[in-house]
Design a protein around this ligand. Structure first.
Ligand code: ASP
Length: 307
């Protein structure tokens, strides 16, 4: 049995030459730092659950990505954060939606899983719960960066809404299998720029943007959340693996095809309990990285050959 970690930092319109050299470099550095954090746990025999939380926390702290600090802004200029985590051993899971002050949304999701009888908590109640669980609270403006403010202003000036932007879906996610063959998945996001406040996407919905089941795979999604919800994308991928016997990559490609047929775009990452890994996206690029005992790779653009 060997460990594996796969992460994403969102799919979108990134093309070689379209990103500045600095943005390219910062994106790759962020992905590598997240792989470092998860790898340290997995290589030492730690759990997939701990690894996906640790990798996600690094990406949440990195303003390059649309999760935690650096999240996109809702229509009203605030940040509202969604996250979910799931343990493939027993399909225990926890999720939060609409957080406004909890610094580490993925850890809030884990607290819901481990310290409450619930699966999904939202808005003030979820922030209050996270605070009671000892998680750091920050003012909402702490999450806001000048670049995200500019993106919102630009979109609003164009009279556009969350669905017609040339979007980079910068959500972050991590999936892992540990040395014991258990899988786990985590996803964290600020959602879509100019989303209607109160809107909840696929990321915190178990089975849509996040799913983990030791009988099949661990999955995290990025993309137009509304369509991933309609496709029940993450669960659909696991169901295909478990019930049709197709390989992980084939199942992933099939689900992405369905998302596209429904009018959506985005990407998926997945690992299986036997250590197989897969990713795919319908957009020009996806921030992504993979690590295992044999080494690692990170990539952004579609044409990079990585595996
Ligand atoms: N899937 C996320 C959402 O719809 C957005 C993203 O992937 O960036 O909230």
């Amino acid at each position: 049995m060997s460990w594996k970690l796969v992460i994403h930092g969102g799919s979108g319109s990134m093309k070689r030459g379209g990103l500045s050299a600095e943005a390219d470099e910062l994106g790759r550095a962020g992905l590598n730092a997240a792989l470092d954090a998860g790898q340290a746990i997995l290589a030492a025999g730690g759990s997939a659950l701990d690894a996906v939380e640790a990798a996600s926390r690094v990406l949440e702290e990195d303003p390059c990505f649309n999760a935690g600090r650096g999240s996109v802004l809702a229509y009203d200029g605030h940040v509202e954060l969604d996250a979910a985590i799931m343990d493939g051993r027993d399909r225990r899971c926890g999720a939060v939606a609409g957080l406004k002050s909890t610094r580490a949304p993925i850890s809030a999701a884990r607290a819901v899983m481990e310290q409450s009888p619930h699966v999904l908590m939202s808005y003030e109640g979820a922030d209050d719960f996270a605070c009671e669980a000892g998680l750091e609270q920050v003012p909402n403006r702490w999450f806001v960066t000048a670049e995200r403010r500019r993106q919102l202003d630009e979109l609003l000036a164009q009279g556009a809404n969350a669905f017609d932007a040339d979007i980079k879906y910068g959500t972050i996610g991590a999936v892992a299998v540990d040395l014991d063959g258990h899988v786990a998945a985590a996803t964290s996001t600020g959602g879509l720029t100019a989303k209607r406040w109160g809107r909840i996407g696929d990321s915190p919905l178990i089975g849509a943007g996040t799913y983990a089941d030791d009988r099949a795979a661990a999955v995290s999604a990025t993309g137009l959340g509304e369509v991933f919800i309609r496709a029940a994308a993450a669960h659909e991928l696991c169901a295909r693996v478990r019930m049709t016997g197709v390989g992980l990559q084939e199942a992933l490609d099939g689900v992405l095809g369905e998302v596209k047929a429904l009018g959506g775009n985005g990407g998926l990452i997945a690992v299986s309990p036997s250590g197989e890994a897969a990713w795919g996206f319908t957009t020009p690029g996806m921030y992504r990285g993979m690590a295992g005992p044999d080494g690692r790779c990170v990539a952004i653009y579609g044409e990079e050959s990585e595996r």
